[in-house]
Design a binder for this molecule. Structure first.
Ligand SMILES: CC(C)(COP(=O)(O)OP(=O)(O)OC[C@H]1O[C@@H](n2cnc3c(N)ncnc32)[C@H](O)[C@@H]1OP(=O)(O)O)[C@@H](O)C(=O)NCCC(=O)NCCS
Length: 181
């Protein structure tokens, strides 16, 4: 487990899958993700089995929020396609339980994953792609220390039109300097 103040990250359990399917079928959640068609429990189970056989450091983690009654599952985050020669990776996240949006949980989870990436996996650079029409995510990434570094013009088609995809990244030295301030 990776513990923060109000959030902890743990490996995904089979029992999480039903919630993931519910959330990933919610248009408000999936419009910021690369998912564009309905997802079934069977497909999610298939993803889970493949994920178990994949690289350990790329296994998604479930995000749980501390509540009076215990820890509550609220979403999922992960690194993918870790490039060990360049010590770089891409980050992805969703908070599926919308009651937890805009309350700082996403930023805290991102910060926990960054800490894990920099201080445990010894990564150097962590980047992500985010749609230009996802201001909530962009703001959360900025709060976590991500810097805007580029724009892939009209790289994503949804809602009947093409959208730009923003590239953002954080380098370990910048992130640790921010921690020390
Ligand atoms: C993106 C996501 C992880 C962010 O998590 P979160 O817990 O909602 O984020 P936080 O509360 O830490 O930060 C959100 C910030 O965006 C701001 N925000 C929300 N809507 C906004 C809008 N329309 N315009 C500008 N800022 C907005 C919030 O006010 C908050 O900033 P503040 O703390 O300065 O007030 C979460 O909302 C989510 O999973 N969304 C659906 C899936 C998704 O889009 N994933 C990202 C794919 S790249």
């Amino acid at each position: 487990m990776i513990y923060g103040e109000r959030v902890r990250l743990r490996h995904v359990e089979r029992g999480d899958l039903a919630k993931f399917v519910e959330w990933l079928n919610d248009p408000e959640v999936y419009q910021g993700l690369s998912i564009y068609s309905p997802l079934s429990v069977a497909e999610e189970e298939d993803w889970f089995e493949k994920m178990l056989k994949g690289p350990q450091d790329e296994r998604p983690m479930s995000i749980e929020a501390k509540q009076d009654e215990g820890w509550q599952l609220i979403g999922n985050c992960s690194f993918f396609r870790i490039d060990w020669r360049n010590r770089a990776t891409e980050l992805g996240i969703f908070i599926g339980d919308k009651a937890f949006w805009d309350r700082g949980y996403g930023t805290e989870a991102i910060n926990l994953l960054l800490k894990h990436g920099f201080f445990t996996l010894n990564l150097h650079r962590i980047f992500l792609r985010v749609y230009e029409d996802n201001p909530r995510a962009i703001r959360a990434y900025e709060k976590a220390g991500f810097i805007h570094e580029g724009r892939m013009r009209q790289a994503e088609f949804h809602d009947g039109q093409f959208h730009d995809v923003l590239l953002m990244s954080v380098i370990r030295r910048e992130w640790t300097e921010e921690l020390e301030e």
